[in-house]
Design a protein around this ligand. Structure first.
Ligand code: MLT
Length: 312
């Protein structure tokens, strides 16, 4: 029966709605990217693609849930750079990012921005660095848990400054942003997919973007290099995965639907407004995601080990 079911699914897939687990809160950056992509993929696949937010433990809770689900194509995962940092950050991670998933394709790379509550005293990145050096742990820094992009950026930032702030973890940077806007928290480094409209609306103060060049979507925002922190560079790559053992033709169907989504004019323009671009079609494939994951695990391992930050 199991054989018959998988044969049928390979030919007719999908015959019912597909769930994509987003391992962070609704309304945050991963959720925003995932919902845009899921809508077009659903149209292309002829079935609804629904997002399920499973926040917690810096994205490792949701990823672990997908790793142990059936490889039938009905439970997928969209996760980001955290897939590559978690194996070093977590000493007892309940899954192996390189073995327990079927990579489907890369999605996008999102720049990050350093922002503060709008009434925060520092105006430039140099002033912000001076304030952090002076006040250190009196200041609060929000992140989405150990393994999140905001955690990684915070780690790089505090290292570059040479002073630690008090970290306040959330299940996603969506709720963290709400508390920055409400001035309950001082600082956050978060993806442009979650900060652009708040920066434009003046709801938060922005200091720098973590890319080599300024962004067309936020042309007045200096780069970290311009602000004196040239080592603070990070781009948050995202990928689509199924559990290990997903049939090849299901993977191919999903990769094709992902390519259609990433070429969709509405997605291209919405991504541009949010400071990002979809990957090229050749990258929305398993080999490209595997290559990025492997390279990024190797890249971040020594950086995290040197910083000595680990999950509890
Ligand atoms: C989210 O979707 O909440 C984020 O990607 C969190 C993060 O990684 O900083």
């Amino acid at each position: 029966a199991a054989f018959a079911a998988s044969t049928a699914s390979a030919q007719e897939y999908p015959t019912k709605p597909v769930t994509i687990v987003v391992p962070f809160s609704a309304g945050g950056p991963t959720d925003t990217v995932s919902r845009l992509v899921a809508e077009v993929m659903g149209r292309e696949l002829g079935q609804q693609v629904v997002i399920q937010n499973v926040g917690g433990a810096g994205g490792t809770l949701g990823a672990g849930q997908v790793a142990s689900s059936d490889p039938d194509g009905y439970t997928l995962l969209i996760h980001h750079i955290g897939m590559s940092t978690a194996p070093t950050l977590y000493r007892s991670l309940p899954f192996d990012p390189t073995k327990d998933f079927s990579p489907i394709g890369l999605i996008t790379e999102v720049p990050m921005t350093i922002v503060a509550r709008k009434d925060f005293e520092a105006t430039t990145l140099a002033e912000l660095v001076a304030t952090i050096k002076e006040k250190g742990e009196e200041l609060t820094y929000a992140n989405a848990g150990v393994g999140s992009a905001s955690h990684l950026c915070g780690m790089l930032f505090m290292n570059a400054v040479g002073a630690a702030m008090t970290t306040v973890p959330y299940q996603g940077s969506g709720p963290a942003m709400t508390d920055i806007i409400g001035s309950q928290i001082d600082l956050l480094c978060d993806q442009t997919t979650n900060t652009t409209s708040q920066i434009k609306a003046g709801e938060v103060k922005a200091y720098a973007v973590t890319t080599a060049e300024r962004l067309a979507s936020l042309p007045d925002l200096p780069t970290t290099t311009e602000g004196g922190l040239e080592d603070l560079k990070i781009a948050v790559w995202h990928g689509l995965y199924g559990p290990a053992g997903l049939p090849d033709d299901v993977v191919a169907k999903l990769s094709d639907a992902l390519k259609v989504a990433l070429a969709d004019p509405t997605i291209v323009s919405r991504f541009a407004e949010l400071g990002t671009t979809p990957v090229a079609a050749t990258e929305a494939e398993p080999a490209a995601l595997t290559a990025t994951l492997t390279a990024q695990i190797a890249l971040w391992k020594p950086i995290i080990e040197a910083a000595g930050v680990y999950a509890d």
